[in-house]
Design a protein around this ligand. Structure first.
Ligand code: GDP
Length: 331
């Protein structure tokens, strides 16, 4: 009985399904979206003696592990732009680049040649990893400088940003969005103050941790107020940050020299937002790979590439070849 049939699953609360028999051993079951329907069907099948496998385990039986690894990254892509790059890697680009790192048994070993190829790949390692994990941008500044207002303005809608995790307003808040097709996560730290009340100390410590772990830090200063010691402290402590001179729709009351690179922004009127976002993209993605560029896209891949590079520096051909074999998942 080949072809497609429509039917109902179960005795009570029937589930509509479409069944496609692909061959004698393979049947595709298509049910409604959402996890509940899928879980119910899988549970029933398991009760009937079926073995349940992850799609990765199933895919590994019919495809090489490298391709499955790349498909896995594709499922984690959150923007079309990231998915497009990952798709190209999974369609042979990365396999070809990794294969080209394998020394030819018959010819002489030229570490320099492989070194150049590895460096070319590692040039893109940060971009590659951020295709599945957003670039983290942290906004810092005194309480009321307008951090959450700026995040809301960037997100383009006017509502309170969501909590990262259950907790109090002292927790770090995060929101994820796409800018020019790249995934970005913005965090709004609890206000950082020098002389914190003990209750706030934990929140401030956490904020400092987040700042240290960020890909880029944006410091906000409220130029409708005179400069304060905490503003200066932040500016000097994270001196390579992007600086936003905020609330420029209000009269200027800032009474010390403004940092040279400060971008004038108003979250209220949206002035300067585009310049700020352009600068963020410029800073974090200074170079865009062309369509033929092979990019390592997982931690496993970049770690093996780094180890392979070290083996090359020692001219250790055996270890190097073994690492490239691992990269390709070859025994
Ligand atoms: P946070 O504590 O740093 O997160 O600051 P908020 O985003 O809660 O903003 C503090 C206050 O400043 C609120 O009353 C906002 O409405 C106001 N505010 C924020 N951004 C601007 C702005 O660009 N212009 C003006 N005039 N007010 C702003």
């Amino acid at each position: 009985m080949d072809g497609i049939v429509y039917g109902l699953w179960g005795q009570d609360n029937n589930e509509d399904l479409v069944l496609c028999r692909l061959d004698h051993e393979t049947v595709d079951i298509h049910c409604h979206g959402g996890m509940a329907a899928v879980e119910r069907i899988l549970k029933d099948l398991q009760t009937q003696g079926c073995d349940i496998q992850s799609w990765q385990d199933f895919a590994r039986k019919i495809e090489p592990a490298l391709e499955v690894e790349l498909q896995e990254t594709l499922t984690a892509a959150t923007t079309f732009r990231a998915a497009e790059i990952l798709l190209r890697q999974s369609q042979g680009l990365l396999r070809a680049a990794f294969t080209a790192l394998m020394p030819d048994e018959k010819s002489d070993f030229d570490p320099e040649e492989f070194q150049t190829r590895i460096q070319e790949l590692l040039r893109w390692e940060h971009l590659g990893l951020h295709l599945t994990t957003p670039w983290r941008v942290v906004l810092a500044g005194r309480p009321n400088v307008g951090k959450s207002s700026l995040i809301n303005a960037i997100l383009g809608y006017d509502r309170s940003i969501v909590f990262d995790e259950a907790g109090t307003t002292r927790d770090v808040l995060t929101a994820t969005t796409a800018i020019e097709g790249w995934p970005f996560q913005f965090s709004d730290t609890a206000g950082i103050r020098g002389e914190a009340a003990p209750l706030e100390a934990a929140g401030i410590q956490r904020a400092e941790q987040v700042l240290n772990a960020a890909d880029c830090c944006v410091i906000l200063i409220d130029t409708s107020q005179p400069a304060q010691a905490d503003d200066q402290r932040l500016l000097s402590q994270w001196s390579d940050s992007i600086v936003v001179a905020h609330k420029i729709d209000l009269p200027l009351r800032w009474d010390s020299p403004l940092p040279e690179q400060a971008i004038p922004v108003s979250s209220k009127t949206k002035t300067g937002l585009e310049i700020l976002l352009n600068q963020l993209v410029q800073r974090l993605i200074p170079e865009i790979p062309d369509e033929q560029t092979a990019i390592p896209v997982t931690k496993r891949q970049s770690e093996l590439l780094h180890q392979a590079e070290e083996a090359l520096q020692r001219a250790d051909r055996q270890t190097y070849s073994e690492l490239i074999r691992q990269l390709l998942f070859q025994d």
